[in-house]
Write a protein that binds this ligand. Structure first.
Ligand code: ARG
Length: 477
């Protein structure tokens, strides 16, 4: 008979059983589920709601089940619907009567909420570590190639020269914001739902504060109905994941372009590319393409979960069982994407000569020519127009700005003199951009230093999170 079968006279339809079951995916919550149950049982004993002997039997029984699942010596049953009932049923089979007391003062509604909170807390640390490693790989690349010059683009048209390190550090900034987002996600998951029961609280003298402390939650839900129906932290996690993927996807697009023959700015390591089954010469940036391609499903998970939630009356509704698959999929793909990317950045080759040569024959220094005139007293708008005419002239005569003679230049403005040649050098264009967030070597080095400070803070944060997550391991082992 089903754990909830008392009021039923007929068996569940087989198709309904399959459709209703979540064990096919929520088995992944077994550690969290067992941990939550152990602490719940400990609390029931402390509050003298169950006897110490029953408590002990429950705890030892649950630990055994944990080991069995870990050793893949546990058969999950679809008839038992989900991870919660699979474990509870097995417990009762193993220890008898006492197992039936575990669910006192608890509902699957607050149970699954607790499991998911613990799970999100766990993966936040896991993903945080990978994000940190990716950020570190970016700072390393920026330092390794700190003075490599490349064209900077807007509209994918050459705009102004920049340092490659500067370009890469822009991504560092994005991922650093993602880490801050992750901190917020964790904060929202850091609230303990047990004690809410099905929706209204329970009639037993539960000690939720003790449970929260034991599991190292910093807060308890204020409202039992919110506790069992809040999935905001799930949506936030998915939004975080979607944002990271959007950033990775942009980087992917750059790497795909840069590794084409047209750009040839970078060469990805063979280990991160694949060949073609027909064209022997091909080396394809599949990883970048896959990351870019997978970004879509992350957006889908955000939309799917938000939409699943939008019409739900309080409190728990079975719709919410749909919150998990998106999260698991996001975790799996994010873990892959982040870790492969960090490796790929560490191993890719930067073709510095190609980057520099791309600037040999173009107009990326046009703004600098205008700035030169401004420094000679010409209003910027006018300087802009003068340089525009010079560019026009160059295009007609197949030249670039630094190939114009002083005579040619003075025909556009008498303010040009000898020193214009130095001002137009690409190296000068870079060196002049000394603003706080600019592309000069000094500014970029300072940016790197700030980046390293960010990494150190993130590391501290992760150490705290990991220490808290180890409490869960200690409880189940
Ligand atoms: N498998 C369910 C889920 O993931 C657990 C909660 C079920 N609660 C209930 N009242 N049927 O949401």
């Amino acid at each position: 008979m089903k754990l909830w079968g008392g009021r039923f006279t007929k068996d569940t339809d087989k198709k309904v059983e399959d459709f209703n079951a979540s064990i096919g995916f929520d088995y992944r919550l077994y550690k969290e589920d067992i941990c939550g149950s152990i602490v719940h049982a400990e609390m029931l004993v402390r509050q003298q709601i169950i006897s110490a002997e029953d408590g002990e039997a429950i705890i030892q029984g649950l630990k055994t089940i944990y080991r069995q699942i870990q050793q893949q010596d546990f058969e999950f049953s679809v008839a038992l619907e989900d991870i919660h009932m699979n474990i509870e049923q097995r417990l009762t089979e193993a220890i008898g009567e006492a197992g039936k007391r575990l669910h006192t003062g608890r509902s699957r509604n607050d149970q699954v909420a607790l499991d998911t909170h613990l799970y999100v807390r766990r993966v936040v640390a896991e993903v945080g570590n990978l994000l940190l490693s990716l950020q570190a790989s970016i700072v390393e690349a920026a330092q390794r190639y700190e003075d490599v010059i490349m064209p900077g683009y807007t509209h994918l048209q050459r705009a102004q020269p920049i340092l490659f390190s500067h370009h890469m550090l822009a991504y560092f900034s994005m991922f650093a914001r993602d880490f801050q987002f992750l901190e917020y996600v964790r904060k929202q998951a850091d609230r303990m739902p047990l004690g809410a029961g099905a929706l209204a609280g329970t009639t037993y003298p539960l000690d939720s504060e003790w449970v929260a402390k034991r599991l190292q939650f910093s807060a308890i839900y204020d409202n039992s109905m919110d506790a069992v129906s809040d999935r905001d932290y799930v949506v936030l996690f998915l939004e975080f994941a979607a944002m990271v993927m959007m950033h990775l996807s942009r980087l992917s697009e750059e790497f795909i372009l840069w590794s084409s023959a047209e750009f040839h700015f970078i060469e990805l390591d063979d280990a991160h590319c694949t060949g073609s089954s027909i064209m022997p010469q091909k080396k394809n940036p599949d990883i970048c393409e896959l990351v870019r391609g997978k970004t879509g499903r992350f957006y889908g998970h955000v939309m799917g979960t938000l939409t699943m939630m939008k019409g739900l009356p309080l409190a728990y509704d079975k719709d919410m069982q749909e919150d998990k698959e998106g999260v698991f999929d996001a975790v799996d793909n994010l873990v892959f994407s982040l870790s492969i990317y960090a490796d790929m950045i560490r191993r890719m080759k930067v073709c510095k000569d190609n980057m520099r040569n791309a600037l040999a024959h173009d107009f990326s220094n046009a703004t600098d020519m205008a700035d030169y005139l401004v420094k000679k007293g010409i209003p910027f708008r006018q300087a802009h127009a003068i340089v525009g005419q010079a560019v026009q002239y160059c295009l007609q005569h197949h030249k670039v700005l630094n190939e114009l003679s002083l005579d040619e230049l003075t025909s556009f403005s008498t303010s040009f003199s000898e020193d214009i040649m130095k001002a137009l050098q690409i190296e000068t264009c870079i060196a002049m951009r000394q603003t706080y967030n600019g592309t000069s070597l000094n500014s970029v080095q300072a940016q790197c230093a700030r980046g390293k400070a960010v990494l150190a803070t993130e590391k501290q944060c992760l150490q705290q999170w990991e220490a808290i997550n180890r409490v869960v391991d200690a409880i189940v082992e």
